[in-house]
Ligand binder design. Structure first.
Ligand SMILES: NC(=O)c1ccc[n+]([C@@H]2O[C@H](COP(=O)([O-])OP(=O)(O)OC[C@H]3O[C@@H](n4cnc5c(N)ncnc54)[C@H](OP(=O)(O)O)[C@@H]3O)[C@@H](O)[C@H]2O)c1
Length: 221
């Protein structure tokens, strides 16, 4: 399977790319608006994996090519650009693809971080509105990029997966669970994704307010 990370040059993209490349046999396609940047970042990821003696399959291409190639497309871009990125790559999307939204819209004031969901209810629902023919799944919103990117960190974390297409949701849950230490829970339909997205500002506030806590995740038990 080919997994594309649009904006895979950034923080969460790096973490997911390294984990999927290390823990699975899937082809990881690092996407960028700039194909040269994608190539360089893919080189960086391959070097890190080579240093660990890990076999991997990582390539870097522009976002449009990444979308055309891949079966699963993760929108690892800032939330305010999730919809415009979908519009940019829409020619390469088919109803057989799965779009994954890890995005969290949030703002910070004197009290800390707050969720600032778009009018659609959640970023994932806004993405679904921009790609009505493609199954959209919410996942990975509560993972800390720092923990994912540090391959010495042993994960013991959950990700809540939401979506309206049972096959697409099951596929993303299984891809998530192929990452060592990550458990994927069925969170219900896309309509409740705001609940999941709103946990991330809570995690960041907890990390800021409590000494020694950083890169927090959630484990439900
Ligand atoms: N960071 C985390 O710990 C974390 C955790 C969970 C979820 N998330 C979510 O994951 C998404 C990405 O977060 P991040 O921290 O990885 O973001 P980031 O590092 O700030 O950006 C990711 C990539 O987005 C691309 N990008 C920047 N501006 C863009 C624009 N105007 N249009 C299209 N693409 C643009 C850039 O790639 P190119 O320049 O190569 O195109 C950049 O490398 C966000 O929605 C965030 O809410 C992040």
């Amino acid at each position: 399977m080919e997994i594309a990370l649009l904006g895979g040059t950034g923080d969460i993209g790096e973490g997911l790319a390294l984990r999927w490349a290390r823990d699975t046999d899937h082809t990881v396609v690092v996407g960028s608006r700039d194909s040269e940047k994608a190539t360089h970042r893919a080189d960086d990821y391959r070097t890190l994996l080579d240093e660990r003696g890990v076999e991997h399959d990582v390539i870097g291409v522009d976002n449009e090519t990444a979308t055309e190639r891949a079966d699963v497309v993760v929108l690892s871009v800032p939330p305010e650009y999730a919809v415009s990125t979908v519009e940019t790559v829409s020619n390469g999307l088919t109803s057989d693809d799965v779009l994954v939204s890890p995005a969290v819209s949030m703002d910070r004031d004197g009290a800390g971080f707050h969720a600032t969901p778009p009018e659609d209810g959640s970023v994932a629902q806004a993405v679904a509105g921009a790609a009505p023919d493609v199954p959209v799944v919410g996942a990975f919103q509560n993972l800390a990029a720092g923990a994912l990117s540090d391959l010495d960190t042993e994960l013991r974390t959950d990700t809540v997966v939401t979506g309206d297409d049972p096959e697409a949701t099951a596929l993303v849950r299984s891809l998530a669970e192929e990452i060592d230490g990550l458990r994927a829970l069925d969170g219900g339909p896309l309509a409740v994704t705001a609940l999941v997205e709103s946990v991330t500002p809570l995690l960041i506030n907890l990390a800021m307010n409590n000494e020694g806590m950083h890169d927090l995740g959630v484990r439900f038990q």
